[in-house]
Design a protein around this ligand. Structure first.
Ligand code: PEP
Length: 250
C-alpha cells in the first residue's frame, strides 16, 4: 500500500480581519507542528498575500477557497486559479458544501473547475464531497458520494495533485462530528470507488480527508482509522486547537 502523508487543511471560510489573521499567524508560526503532516491554510482570498508574507512556518502552504473556470475576463467578483497561483497559493478548495448548497454549484460546474485548475495551473485541488442529513437518512450516502466523485474524477488529469475531502453536510459547523466508524465506512467506500473507477494505484495513493466538526478533542480517535488520511477543518482552524489537530497522529 502506498504511504499517504497526513494532510490537514484549515478552511477559514469568510472569517477574518487583520487582527484575527495576526492571532492565527501567531499560533501557526510558534506552534510545534509535526513535519510529517502536510498543512494548508485557506484564508479569504483578500488576505492570502498578507498571510503569505507573514507566514514563517515552512511546511504550511496556502489555498484559496474557490475559483472560477476561466483565466480572466468579465466576471465581476470572481478570482481565477491563475491569480491564486500568481500570489503564491498551492491549492484550491473546490466543491465545498457551502459552495454546493448556499451558492448552487452543480456537480458539472465543480467538474469544470477541477479540470481548469489541473490543466491550466500547478495548483492542487482539495475536492469536497458529502451527503445531506436527509440523504444519509434515506441510505443514499454512497450514491451521493459516488455521483460527486464521478463529476470530479472525469475531470482529473493528474491524481497526484488531488486530495478528496469527505465532509458530511450534517457535520459541518454543527458540532455533530461523524463517529470514527462512520467516517471510516465512507472513506473505505470512496477508496473502493477509486479502485473500481480509476485505478488501484490511485486508490492507494489518494489522500481522503474527513471534515465536519473536527476539534482537538476528537481528532486523535478519527485519525486512527486506516482510511482517514487527514482533516479539513473549519471552525477549529481559527483557534490554537488547529496545532493539536495537525499533530493528531503523534
Ligand atoms: C469546513 O468548513 O470544511 C468544515 C469542516 O467546517 P467545521 O470544521 O467548522 O465543521
Amino acid at each position: 500500500m502506498a504511504s499517504r502523508r497526513f494532510f490537514v487543511g484549515g478552511n477559514w471560510k469568510m472569517n477574518c480581519d487583520v487582527n484575527k489573521a495576526n492571532s492565527i499567524l501567531e499560533f501557526l508560526n510558534s506552534g510545534e507542528m509535526s513535519k510529517d503532516t502536510e498543512v494548508v491554510v485557506s484564508p479569504p482570498s483578500l488576505y492570502v498575500s498578507y498571510i503569505k508574507q507573514n507566514l514563517k512556518a515552512d511546511n504550511v502552504t496556502v489555498a484559496v477557497q474557490n475559483c472560477h473556470t476561466a483565466t480572466s475576463g468579465a466576471f465581476t467578483g470572481e478570482i481565477s486559479a491563475e491569480m491564486a497561483a500568481d500570489v503564491g497559493c498551492q491549492w484550491v478548495i473546490l466543491g465545498h458544501s457551502e459552495r454546493r448548497h448556499k451558492f448552487g454549484e452543480s456537480d458539472e460546474l465543480i467538474g469544470q473547475k477541477v479540470k481548469h485548475v489541473l490543466e491550466a495551473t500547478k495548483l492542487g485541488v482539495i475536492a469536497c464531497i458529502g451527503e445531506l442529513l436527509e440523504e444519509r437518512e434515506k441510505n443514499e450516502t454512497m450514491s451521493v458520494c459516488a455521483r460527486q466523485m464521478k463529476a470530479i474524477a472525469d475531470n482529473v488529469s493528474d491524481w497526484s495533485k488531488v486530495v478528496i475531502a469527505y465532509e458530511p453536510v450534517w457535520a459541518i459547523g454543527t458540532g455533530k462530528v461523524a463517529t470514527p466508524d462512520q467516517a471510516q465506512e465512507v472513506h473505505d467506500e470512496v477508496r473502493k470507488w477509486l479502485e473500481a473507477n480509476v485505478s488501484k494505484e490511485v486508490a492507494d495513493s489518494t489522500r481522503i480527508l474527513y471534515g465536519g466538526s473536527v476539534n482537538a478533542a476528537n481528532c486523535k480517535e478519527l485519525s486512527k482509522k486506516p482510511d482517514v488520511d487527514g482533516f479539513l477543518v473549519g471552525g477549529a482552524s481559527l483557534k490554537p486547537d488547529f496545532v493539536q489537530i495537525v499533530n493528531a497522529k503523534l
